[in-house]
Design a protein around this ligand. Sequence first.
Ligand SMILES: [Zn+2]
Ligand SMILES: [Zn+2]
Length: 151
Amino acid sequence: MANVTASPSSRSLQDLLKAAGLKRTPVRIGVLEVLVAEQEPLDVAELMRRLPSFTEPVTVYRTLNTFVAKKLVHRVRGEDRSWRYAVGDLTHSQEHQHAHFVCDHCGKVECIQDAEIPSKLLDKINPGPGYTVSHPEVVIHGTCPRCHDRT
Ligand SMILES: [Zn+2]
Ligand SMILES: [Zn+2]
């Protein structure tokens, strides 16, 4: 991919992959680049549209699963129940969990980076003994500003 050369951002993306113990591949770099540029959750179809046309969907799925496992990327479900993927604040991606907003009108999903989920939440909302919690998910529903202007 010609646009993934020596820009500072692709440099740091490569460092990110390295830090996660992942080999650099064009698809991995490409997927990260798109998600960093968009700064909002995208489903696989939206992601595919922004990647070179020869990119194999199966490779993108595999890449996303790897990124989620390595916590480079988090995922959230929208109104249509399909997973959307986003990068968080990459400077503290391991700890930071934030809320998401889903617009009930257009289905848009947004990361609310400032709305950090308090770690105490899990002490208060605990399913009980014998349950293992992987991560909390806080989704706020409503009307986004764009849809608000239209009504
Ligand atoms: Zn909307
Ligand atoms: Zn998010």
